[in-house]
Every structure is written in structure tokens, then in C-alpha cells.
Design a protein around this ligand. Structure first.
Ligand code: AMP
Length: 196
């Protein structure tokens, strides 16, 4: 099963991705995690991406698409995968379409986690507090100013993917405002319908 998760920062994509990974036994491919690993490892991509990420802006389509293309060729992606944080622009969506076509693979669904914008900032504050309580380091782009920029970027560059996938008949909208369990159950119901 090949899935895409769409939703603004703070929508709960990471939390729900963990649920799908365990219930459907497919890997979560988070481009944000991959880029953060590249930054930590000071690879050429990481060195190039760091400043852009710290500013809450988008890394170039070519760089991110190349990372994804390489990753989906790995063995653990043979039975499918969940894309989290990719595609994020129309150009990336077109690159992904071309990639899948070339590999003769089919996208099953795009799950959009829809949440009220007013809830996002309080979710960010909770995420920061929880990370600190665990004694972990808070992501450099998880501060209110950069978060606002990321939200702006989402609205301008990523939200156009909603009609794009709607036209392809792939879009499934999930109300992301309920409890974690309620949102997971709504996602399960959609996935069961696609592939019982
Ligand atoms: P995330 O963990 O998904 O919130 O991503 C963190 C940051 O990584 C983003 O704010 C971007 O700077 C970068 N990033 C992640 N995925 C992409 C993508 N598909 N295209 C461009 N930049 C990305």
C-alpha cells in the first residue's frame, strides 16, 4: 500500500504515521527525518539544507525527490510505504507521479489530516513542553516564529496538492481534531476500504 500523509505542521502526521506503520507493516518515509539525519551527519545535502530548514522554508524539489527516489528502492519498501512530508509542492507531486509510473507502482491514497488552524499553535506549545519533559532537545524549527513561517509555506505551496489529488480521485479527508484514537480509527476505516 502506497500512501501520502498531507496536513499542516502540528496536524498529527507523525503520531498517526506511527499507528499506520504498526497496523499496516509499511515503513514511514519522513523527508523531514531524512533531512535532519543528513544535517546531523553533515553530508553535502545536510550542509546545503540546514539554513533553509532552520528558516522554515523548503529544501529544493530536486534534492528531496532524489532522496525519496533512492529510499523507495530499498527492500523494505517493496510492499508499500507511507510518505510523510513529501510531496510538499506541485512540482514534487509531479516528480512522484513520474517516479511511480517508471517503477510501475500505484499510489493508493492521500490522507489529508484536516485541523483548525487555531489549534496548531497550542499543539506546537504542547509538543515543545513534552519534548523538554522527556529531556530531549527541541527541534530548531519548533519555535513560534519559524512555525508561523512553516504554516505560511504549507498554505502557499502544499495546500494546492489537495485539489491536485482530489482530481486524481485519491484524496481522503480525515477530521484531525478528535482524540489520537478517534483519528486512528478514522484512518483505519479508510485503509480497510481501500484494502481490507
Ligand atoms: P518536517 O519534519 O516534515 O516538518 O520537515 C522539516 C523541514 O524539512 C521542513 O520545514 C523543510 O525545511 C524540510 N523538508 C521536509 N520535507 C520536505 C519536502 N518534501 N520538500 C522540501 N523541504 C522539506
Amino acid at each position: 500500500m502506497i500512501l501520502i500523509f498531507l496536513g499542516p505542521p502540528g496536524a498529527g502526521k507523525g503520531t498517526q504515521a506511527a499507528h499506520i506503520v504498526s497496523s499496516r507493516a509499511i515503513p514511514q518515509l519522513s523527508t523531514g527525518d531524512m533531512l535532519r539525519a543528513a544535517v546531523a551527519g553533515q553530508t553535502p545535502v545536510g550542509i546545503q539544507a540546514k539554513a533553509v530548514m532552520d528558516a522554515g522554508k523548503l529544501v529544493s524539489d530536486e534534492i528531496v525527490a532524489a532522496i525519496v527516489e533512492e529510499r523507495i528502492e530499498e527492500d523494505d519498501c517493496a510492499g508499500g510505504f507511507l510518505l510523510d512530508g513529501f510531496p510538499r509542492t506541485l512540482a514534487q507531486a509531479e516528480m512522484l507521479d513520474a517516479m511511480l509510473r517508471k517503477k510501475e507502482r500505484v499510489l493508493d491514497a492521500v490522507i489529508e489530516l484536516r485541523v483548525d488552524e487555531s489549534a496548531l499553535m497550542s499543539r506546537l506549545r504542547s509538543r515543545i513542553a513534552e519534548t523538554k519533559a522527556r529531556g530531549e532537545e527541541v527541534r530548531k524549527d519548533d519555535n513560534e516564529e519559524t512555525f508561523k513561517k512553516r504554516l505560511e509555506v504549507y498554505k502557499e505551496q502544499t495546500a494546492p496538492l489537495i485539489p491536485y489529488y482530489e482530481k486524481q480521485g485519491k484524496l481522503k479527508v480525515v477530521d484531525g481534531m478528535g482524540s489520537v484514537e478517534a483519528v486512528s480509527a478514522a484512518i483505519d476505516a479508510i485503509l480497510d476500504e481501500i484494502r481490507p
